[in-house]
Design a protein around this ligand. Structure first.
Ligand code: IMP
Ligand code: MG
Length: 173
């Protein structure tokens, strides 16, 4: 698998350090509160579980799965697995792998906001600003990345490469 990778953008150590920073920030800002981490399947699972282990607050974790219709779906998103937990009145932090155009997240936030959480914020591992179409406020960002397709640490290409411990760019095939 590693010989299919052209370039490593962030190695294990860099990711670990950044996740620890984010967890510290979150622990501080939500002090005295209880968090619901909403991890968006499947890309954010590695990030969410690493982050959760370092947040020193009582929290619960829930998972949501969505599918978009095709390539140019432009915001046509469907929930394929909904949350188990009722988020009304709770402090919700959405954990995403990467924000690209922003369509997925916009739909998601609209849906979650309609359930009346006490607060609703986003923590994204990666932010690819160059391709943003919908402006969204991201409270926490792991890394900003250039306009390249990335894999690893949860991110896939056709369901592969999620288990790479680093984030990298594939060689052209
Ligand atoms: P958006 O709706 O355009 O922001 O798309 C975001 C979603 O597309 C992410 O949650 C990922 O699942 C997927 N995605 C976007 N860019 C990449 C990438 O570089 N690698 C793997 N998945 C990606
Ligand atoms: Mg995703």
């Amino acid at each position: 698998m590693a010989d299919e990778v052209l370039e490593i953008l962030f190695d294990e150590q860099q990711i670990r350090a950044r996740v620890a920073d984010l967890a510290r920030e979150i622990t501080k800002e939500y002090a005295g509160r209880r968090l619901v981490l909403v991890s968006i399947l499947r890309g954010s699972v590695f990030f969410a579980t690493d982050l959760a282990r370092q947040i020193e607050l009582p929290l619960s974790m829930d998972f949501l799965s969505i599918s978009s219709y095709g390539e140019d779906s432009e915001g046509v998103v469907r929930i394929t697995k909904d949350l188990e937990e009722n988020i009304a009145g709770k402090d919700v932090l959405v954990i995403e792998d990467i924000i690209d155009t922003g369509f997925t997240l916009k739909y998601l936030l609209r849906t979650l906001a309609s359930r009346n959480p006490k607060s609703l914020e986003v923590c994204a591992l990666l932010d690819r600003r160059a391709r943003r179409i919908i402006e969204i406020e991201l409270k926490y960002i792991g890394f900003e990345i250039p306009d390249k397709f990335v894999v690893g640490y949860g991110l896939d290409y056709r369901q592969r490469y999620r288990n790479l411990p680093y984030i990298g760019v594939l060689k052209p095939d």
